[in-house]
Design a protein around this ligand. Structure first.
Ligand code: ES4
Ligand code: ZN
Length: 324
């Protein structure tokens, strides 16, 4: 089964590129850039990854990315991840990027975008790995900041596929970003939003109604609202589910308790993703394997889920045909 799952061509639709920063690279970049970290070793970094909720993770996630200073750092970060993903049988990666987190520490948007852009071109050439980029708005920051970021990103609009909405969900409902998402839509960009990870099903509904999203990131709490489930099923709305993330952030207590089997039973269109692989215990393949262990799914189920991701990916039709 492991061999089958590894060979299965997988598209990753929910990934934060800053969440691919492995402790080894974090230490190396801290050294290279003279950034001090509150850890003495790679082991100490790993030992700190004991999360109780989304916020406890976000605190370390924002601290970890402080070592990223130059375009070369962003290129190295993304290239290292693309290589690992390629080794797991991933053929397409859509990465969220959090520019506001970098701008806030004095790292220019150009630095981030040039570095990631170089890595994307190399991935295509060296690994035959296609990529997409999702400009994410930090939902715990003001809405006008998101709008300004989108305008500042004008030189990179051509390289963007979508806008997204991430960071602390509770208390930051989607509607706050309606204007920024409307502008993104006018620019021809697709739209995704984290909703129903820690937040209530109402946030999923709000993302559909006020942000006109093409996919919901996480969405696992939709089961608390049967009317919403019915709507998601009818619209064949894609949920990008991240099982190991949900486990590590204590959205679920045990993998066996994860709502995935019930979401599947409800007829929803699901994909399996890694979210922040360096922090949550593995990449896409590990997420597939965790589901196999917990739910005993057959090859057919995994074929379906991997197929859903290819169909829902932001990629040219010619590439989709190639991967089908
Ligand atoms: C995130 Cl797991 C998760 N949820 C919301 N925002 C995020 N940013 C990075 N990982
Ligand atoms: Zn996420």
């Amino acid at each position: 089964m492991r061999d089958f799952l590894k060979r299965l061509p997988k598209a990753e639709l929910h990934l934060h590129i800053e969440g691919t920063l492995e402790p080894e690279l974090m230490m190396a970049l801290a050294e290279r850039n003279g950034v001090s970290l509150p850890y003495a070793s790679v082991e100490a970094i790993r030992a700190a990854y004991d999360f109780t909720d989304l916020q406890s993770f976000l605190d370390l996630y924002f601290q970890g990315m402080s070592v990223l200073r130059t375009a070369q750092d962003f290129e190295d970060l993304a290239m290292a991840y693309f290589r690992r993903a390629h080794d797991e049988g991933v053929v397409h990666v859509e990465m969220h990027v959090d520019p506001q987190a970098h701008l806030a520490r004095g790292v220019a948007l150009a630095t981030v975008m040039e570095g990631l852009g170089r890595a994307r071109r190399r991935a295509e050439r060296e690994l035959d790995l296609s990529t997409a980029m999702i400009l994410a708005f930090l939902r715990d920051r003001p809405a006008d900041e998101a709008l300004r970021l989108l305008e500042e990103a004008a030189p990179y609009w051509e390289t963007l596929d979508a806008v997204g909405l991430d960071s602390a969900e509770l208390g930051n409902p989607p509607a706050k970003f309606a204007e920024a998402f409307q502008r993104a839509r006018a620019l021809g960009l697709a739209r995704v939003a984290h909703a129903g990870e820690e937040g209530p099903p109402d946030y999923i509904l709000e993302a559909l109604d006020t942000l006109d999203v093409c996919r919901i990131d996480h969405g696992v709490r939709c089961l608390e609202d049967p009317t919403l489930v019915e709507r998601l099923r009818e619209e064949a709305m894609v949920l990008t589910v991240c099982p190991l993330s949900n486990l590590r952030l204590q959205v679920v207590e045990r993998m066996e308790d994860h709502p995935l089997p019930r979401l599947l039973e409800a007829g929803l269109t699901l994909t399996l993703n890694s979210d922040d692989p360096a922090y949550f215990g593995g990449g896409v393949l590990d997420n597939f394997l965790a589901c196999r262990r917990a739910f005993g799914w057959s090859r057919e189920v995994f074929l379906d889920l991997a197929g859903n991701a290819i169909e829902a990916a932001f990629m040219p039709e010619a590439r989709r045909t190639e991967l089908r």
